[in-house]
Design a protein around this ligand. Sequence first.
Ligand SMILES: [Zn+2]
Length: 85
Amino acid sequence: MQLYYYVDKHAGYNDNHVVHATGCPFLPSDGARRFLGTFYTATAAIQQARKFYSSAMGCEHCCPVAVKKSLTTQHSVALKHMVQL
Ligand SMILES: [Zn+2]
């Protein structure tokens, strides 16, 4: 199922920009979020968010933590970039 995904414009704790899906109770208000697009997976949404914020990460509530594992293997370049920050 495709969902609308947004990224928080303001960095949260650890300077991360959190990605949320539509319907998440932690979704920022209209002015505080950037629309990413519609995606089938949270992983794809986070990948898109990293084009704007290299420190983007998935919300633990609406974007399952397990996503991080696949990011480690498939997007090592993005992670390398994060380490440099
Ligand atoms: Zn969320």
